[in-house]
Design a protein around this ligand. Sequence first.
Ligand code: ADP
Length: 360
Amino acid sequence: MADIRFKAATLQYEGNPRPTINNLDLHIQDGEFLALVGPSGSGKSTTLRMVAGLEKLSKGEIYIGNNETSTLAPSKRDVAMVFQSYALYPHMTVAENMAFALKMQKVNKEEQRKRVAEASRLLDLDQYLDRYPKALSGGQRQRVAMGRAIVRDPQVFLMDEPLSNLDAKLRVSTRAEISQLQRRLGTTMMYVTHDQTEAMTMADRIAVLEGGVMQQVGTPEQLYLHPANTFVATFIGSPSMNMVTGTIETNEIAIGHIRLPLPPLTSEPSNRDVIVGMRPENFELTSETDADTAATVRFIENFGADKYVHIEIEGLVDLGDFIVRVPNTASLQPGETVFTKVDPSALHIFDSETQRRIVI
Ligand code: ADP
């Protein structure tokens, strides 16, 4: 097993005006599960391919354990990659698919058999070893792809959206299986996904990429509770954080006619205008006297355990909808007037120019 260290790793494709990966510094601990998230095109796959040795860095270094990788061929890096398309060999059985890389490495037959048996037991594939891929479900094929990685007993797993081809229910059960398996094996994991829920539920830490630039690295809790900038604030969390512009007054923040107490700031904003973020669960519906403001219910999404209520704040219609989470016991109708109050200790405040967090 090994840690992975990126030092100012940069990759600029020929003909591209900007680097696809720009000065990436990141240390993934030995045995850690790191999820790499970001929107499509942010450079997640490229980062993984750089570790695998499928892309050459323009600048900087990547270490796997003590090995600086620039002169290390992909086959010598001791990493195993699992892709979105499982790319199983259709003419080979499950057992043959799983043993293929070992056969290429000229591992002896007995050892091959032993490792395939171990991996298939871990993955609950024992009874399918003689089947061909076409006779397997999507979830089983995905497990065979995992099995091919596991039998190699690599220092590092690199997984690129491995659950995208599964239906929603299977995705949820498989993500739990993968994270339990990784913890049991203790193999360092870099896991690429565009799905922040997947990252939040599976990873020890999450790294957020945008435009090839690392925005923040932290535990799921750190990213959710203390997003470093507006990009991370809106990317992590579903539904997204409500964001509005506000103005700092002496001890208050003004959002239109609403006045909220100003929480302690870590640094002075560059001007009085700030961006204020509020998560849907930080609101409550309350009485008129207790409320920050009145609002009109636009529509309601019922999620069973709770409801997301889209509201338009009176006098602030041009701010657009706010989303407020309420228990399913709240009985509300579109068009109804409600009174809302936000928890002032849960405000996220960002500098309007730098977009960086300035609240503790
Ligand atoms: P993600 O995995 O986050 O969706 P990618 O790593 O696939 O993003 O791509 C990042 C950016 O690099 C994209 O803008 C993509 O068009 C560009 N890119 C990827 N591969 C190449 C290539 N071989 N040549 C030029 N540009 C590329």
